[in-house]
Design a protein around this ligand. Structure first.
Ligand SMILES: [Zn+2]
Length: 414
């Protein structure tokens, strides 16, 4: 049983978007937030922690990660010796926790064994919501790699394959198999990709994948199982198809226009912009071995992400937060908040990565804000991120304490 913790002198950013509170008291017991009050709040016996000069806030959530994509190219990840692959993936999970991320939604590729290992305490890591095998159509996807037509490629050395499926019936079956493997949500590739490079690749962003009927089949299966679909999309046509089919989570969306932003707002879809990964790849893609074709595609979508967030924000779309790092640089996930703050302000960026992400993940009854009764996923930052959002860049140092369900996962408080 985790000990009772009483945080005093708290500068509290509660994740709801309301003004921060000064000199608050927050009590954590039995894994939950038991009390949020003023300096005179009644507190039970327990470890008293004075947070003078520091900020207490909800644990961060990253709604689009690929913790198991160790190399920038999937086929290179697949060639890693299994032990190396597992250890590097575990290191990513530990780092994410150290950066202050207490929950991750993996956007495909991670074997459910990692979730089991975290749950059993074999590895120190965030709570994991997995997509496991993504759904992709025949042809034109980086998930398809090999000499033969539509030869499925191993997503990592533990044997995660994409599901190649065409037509509503196959999509339904693939979605059901994926849920059967333990997926928390269904990921579909509904638009061209940036990182596919085979000579015959025709999958540019803008060449939408799956028709509405196919996407709707995935949505029906997901909803029947009490979950939802997240769709990889860039351009208006793919966004429109996804929204019409009832997709809940629109990923990337870099080439969104005003009309599709309005559609998303009316449908109540969530937008998960992933700005950091494009910044890193546009700047550093060549150096890490991306070919000309991928660099061309990056030029097409890389710069437009900020405009898409502005359009979505203006249209009133719920803006969530994901970093989407593949390959090296997995320790830079916190920088996503800094880029989002350019458009949404520091508080807006924090809300997107806490409260809104929790809503997207259907976990808002338990996570995302510092409120009585919620699970005690909390972090302590050394400073005030509303004044210096740059604190998120260096979470390994600036995040001084991480609690997951009331358990201390990292403690650099002195
Ligand atoms: Zn992704």
């Amino acid at each position: 049983m985790a000990e009772t913790l009483i945080f005093k002198n708290v500068f509290l950013i509660d994740g709801t978007g309301s003004e921060p509170r000064e000199d608050a008291t927050v009590v954590v017991a039995d894994g939950r937030i038991k009390e949020v009050g003023g300096p005179a709040a009644k507190a039970p016996a327990g470890r008293v922690i004075d947070l003078d000069g520091k900020t207490l806030m909800p644990g961060l959530i990253d709604a689009h990660v690929h913790v198991g994509n160790i190399e920038i190219r999937n086929h290179l990840t697949a060639q890693l010796p299994p032990a190396v692959y597992v250890l590097k993936t575990c290191r990513n999970l530990e780092t994410d926790l150290d950066l202050g991320f207490t929950t991750l939604r993996d956007a495909a590729g991670l074997d459910p064994g990692f979730r089991a290992a975290v749950d059993q305490g074999l590895v120190r890591g965030p709570r994991l919501l997995l997509s496991i095998t993504p759904l992709a159509q025949s042809g034109g996807s980086s998930s398809v790699y090999g000499p033969g037509p539509d030869q499925p490629m191993v997503r990592n050395a533990l044997g995660i394959y994409p599901e190649i499926c065409d037509g509503a019936d196959q999509v339904r079956a693939a979605a059901r198999r994926t849920l059967g493997r333990g997926a928390d949500q269904i990921k579909v590739f509904a638009d061209g990709e940036v990182l596919s490079a085979q000579a015959a690749d025709r999958a540019k962003p803008g060449q939408s994948k799956f028709c509405v009927e196919e996407l709707k089949a995935a949505v029906d299966v997901a909803e029947a199982a009490g979950t939802y679909v997240m769709a990889h999309v860039y351009a208006p046509r793919a966004i429109r198809n996804a929204v019409l089919a009832g997709v809940r989570s629109i990923e990337h969306g870099n080439l969104m226009d005003e009309e599709t932003a309005g559609m998303m707002a009316r449908a109540g879809a969530f937008y998960v912009p992933t700005l950091l990964t494009y910044d890193l790849l546009v700047k550093g893609g060549k150096a890490i071995g991306l070919d000309d074709r991928s660099m061309e595609k990056l030029a097409l979508v890389g710069q437009s992400g900020r405009r898409a967030v502005e359009l979505a924000h203006r249209a009133g779309v719920k803006i969530a937060s994901g970093s989407d790092i593949v390959g090296p640089g997995q320790d830079r996930k916190g920088e996503e908040l800094i880029i989002k703050a350019e458009i949404l302000g520091a508080m807006g960026a924090i809300v997107s990565a806490t409260k809104t992400n929790a809503e997207l993940l259907n976990l808002d009854d338990r996570l995302g804000t510092v409120e009585v009764g919620k699970l005690a996923d909390l972090i302590v930052l050394d400073g005030n991120p509303l004044k210096n959002v740059g604190l998120f860049a260096d979470g390994r140092k600036t995040v001084r304490l991480v609690l997951k369900e009331g358990r201390v996962m990292k403690d650099l408080l002195d």
